[in-house]
Structures are given as structure tokens and as C-alpha cells.
Design a protein around this ligand. Structure first.
Ligand SMILES: [Fe+2]
Length: 217
């Protein structure tokens, strides 16, 4: 009886596979199944402005309008998310610790919202904007400098971004409601507007000029 090697093949099989020119040819023809096929490019299978039809009971025109609005909300939400992280890193002063933590909490919540918005776009048959360079071209939110700014300026920028998103969503939610896109209307109101309003409250209270050490007379 032939002895079995560790890999399970017999000695006879191993020698047949690895010797002779016919064996080498067979090896050359064999598919390299564990080797990744690298450096590939190809055509896009869906253009950015193209809507594919999914059986969700909405016509393509409705989906197209909702996708356009949602991509604007998405680009602005990604920008606000990144604004929170910038300020989480760069905040300074006597409120450093509480703002450092608050900004990161809001960053996480906005990041979760980004995913919710993007997946709604995909559900509608559209494509969600994804890359930073594309987001930078689309967002309506003012670009901050790379350098560090004072806390009141950081907070002002955040509040303005929130309000811009909220105002846009009020209009877009109304349009989605009129066209019968209840899912998008619900997302814009229940997820986007509600979260942004709540975060505005937590951030805006930091700009109330309350005395730090001595009560006003
Ligand atoms: Fe951090």
C-alpha cells in the first residue's frame, strides 16, 4: 500500500505531478486559483446620474428627484461630520475637555446618519456620492481653513452647517411627501432634521455668555 503524505497525496502521485515536461505543461495550464488578479479597470456599470429600477412601488422620476436631494444632504452631512472631527482635534481653551468629547459624539452620530442617507439613495436605485473630492465639489457648506480657529468660530461654523442642512431638508421633505416618497420623507424628518436639531441645542448652549467665575449683578 502506498504511504500517504501530510497533504493527503500518495508518493506515487506526487512524483507523477512534479516530473517530466508534460507535467510542467499541465502545471502551466492549471488555474492559479489563490492568486489575485491585480491592476484591473473596466467600464462603469452604472453612471452616477443613472437610476436603476427596483420594485419599491415608486416611479423612476420620483426616485430621481429624491436621489438628487438626498445626495445633496449626504454631501453636506459628510462635510458636517468632518467639521466635527476637525474641531474635535483642534479645539483649545478652558472648555477643551467637554467640547473634545461632545464634538466626537456628534461626529459618530453624523457618521451613522451618513450611512442611513447613502443606503436610502441605493434603495431608490441611485448612487450615493462617496469620495471626499466629489463631496467637496457638491457641498454647500463653507470650507473652513486648515488651521485652528477659536472656539466661538468653530461653534458658529457648526451651527451654520446644521441650519443649512435643516432648511434644505424641510424643503426636500415636503417635495418627497408631495411625490409620494414616504420613506425619504420619513428619513429626512425623523433622522436628519431631528438629529440636527438636537445637536444644535447641545452646541448652541456653549455660546450663551454665562459668567465663569463671578455672577452678574
Ligand atoms: Fe479622538
Amino acid at each position: 500500500m502506498a504511504r500517504t503524505s501530510k497533504s493527503g497525496s500518495t508518493r506515487g502521485q506526487v512524483s507523477r505531478k512534479t516530473t517530466g515536461s508534460s507535467a510542467r505543461e499541465a502545471t502551466a495550464r492549471a488555474p492559479q486559483t489563490a492568486s489575485p488578479v491585480l491592476n484591473q479597470r473596466g467600464r462603469e456599470i452604472q453612471r452616477f446620474d443613472e437610476i436603476v429600477r427596483l420594485p419599491i412601488g415608486l416611479d423612476q422620476n420620483t426616485c430621481r428627484k429624491s436621489v438628487k436631494a438626498l445626495n445633496q444632504v449626504l454631501a453636506d452631512t459628510m462635510t458636517l461630520r468632518d467639521l466635527y472631527k476637525k474641531h474635535h482635534w483642534q479645539v483649545a481653551g478652558h472648555t477643551f475637555y467637554s467640547l473634545h468629547l461632545l464634538f466626537d459624539k456628534h461626529y459618530e452620530e453624523q457618521a451613522e446618519l451618513v450611512d442611513t442617507i447613502a443606503e436610502r439613495i441605493q434603495i431608490l436605485g441611485g448612487l450615493a456620492v462617496a469620495m471626499a473630492a466629489d463631496v467637496a465639489e457638491m457641498t454647500q457648506i463653507e470650507r473652513p481653513p486648515r488651521g485652528r480657529e477659536e472656539v466661538p468660530v468653530q461653534i458658529s461654523r457648526i451651527l451654520e452647517a446644521h441650519e443649512q442642512i435643516i432648511k434644505f431638508c424641510h424643503t426636500a421633505a415636503g417635495e418627497a411627501d408631495e411625490s409620494g416618497d414616504d420613506g425619504t420623507n420619513d428619513l429626512l424628518v425623523s433622522d436628519v432634521i431631528r438629529l440636527n436639531e438636537l445637536q444644535v441645542w447641545f452646541v448652541a448652549e456653549h455660546l450663551v455668555p454665562e459668567p465663569l467665575l463671578r455672577a452678574s449683578e
